[in-house]
Design a protein around this ligand. Sequence first.
Ligand SMILES: Cc1ncc(C[n+]2csc(CCOP(=O)(O)OP(=O)(O)O)c2C)c(N)n1
Ligand code: SF4
Ligand SMILES: [Mg+2]
Length: 305
Amino acid sequence: MIAKEKSGEQELFVSGHRACHGCGMALSVGHILKATGKDVIVVTPTGCLETFTSPYGYSPWRVPWIHHLFENGPSIASGVAAALKAQGRIHVRVLVIGGDGATFDIGFGALSGMLERGDDVLYICVDNGAYMNTGGQRSGASPMYSSTTTDPAGKISPGKSQMKKDLPAIIAAHGAPYVATASVAYLKDLEKKVKKAMEYHGPRYIQIDTPCPSVWGFSPDRTLEIGRLGVQSGLIPIIEMQGGMLTNVLKIKKKIPVEEYLKSQKRFSHLFRDGQHQKEIEKIQALADINIQKYGLLKDVEDKR
Ligand SMILES: Cc1ncc(C[n+]2csc(CCOP(=O)(O)OP(=O)(O)O)c2C)c(N)n1
Ligand code: SF4
Ligand SMILES: [Mg+2]
């Protein structure tokens, strides 16, 4: 931070928040704002980000920030965008930064409306795959066979039995001009995508994989490593879609088996406890392989093997 102040570059998300150690979401927000610059108004639905950035008397936000309800982020953002347009303040842009529960589930109707109307909003989902602020309940973004408090793994259940909702594809199908996924483990790629999204007008969407040490169950010094394992296994495809077409993917350098990713986190530990879950592990491997094939994630040399 001192080096930044000396170079004249202002940090827009500073200390004073109360995120858990190693929180992938907190790390990603600083880099999002680095890429947008200061002329933004940020809208944040209820969730970890809202809670850990608003302890009484403190704020890490150095840009205007609005918190409202869990379910209406896109509607608030659309209203702010309309007001800015009416005032002729076209240099100020509107950004939503919201959790996966707010985005995939409870705010999905409002998001669909925002997309369909073509409102000028960049919507960023910081995806930690469950409702973390309230203790880790299942969301439409929770990965298959993860154990959550509402879909706990046990004698009968191997955890969540449904697949993660393919929200980027659903958003692209609304005609959004720019849709991308990113990971906090690849910060340069993340910043580049946010900068690119800011060049467009209309509704844009970026979904960022943000590992959560507290609820996924791993040591807080491993956040970036866990994020990389997700990407390098093929389970978290990092892609870009412009005008509804796939235009870019982050290639996998060295494909790793999904076991390596799953074994690193407590939310999947039941899959390895009694040797009874080979079928579920194979199913997860198949999901990763489908991503690899569908998006062409392997480097050419490995594609030919
Ligand atoms: C209508 C409504 N239902 C439930 C809640 C309780 N609630 C607050 S935050 C939250 C979960 C947020 O999950 P997500 O959007 O994934 O964000 P995260 O906390 O994981 O970052 C819930 C269920 C609420 N505030 N309002
Ligand atoms: S619970 Fe997870 S997402 Fe929420 S602040 Fe802690 S590490 Fe971050
Ligand atoms: Mg969440």
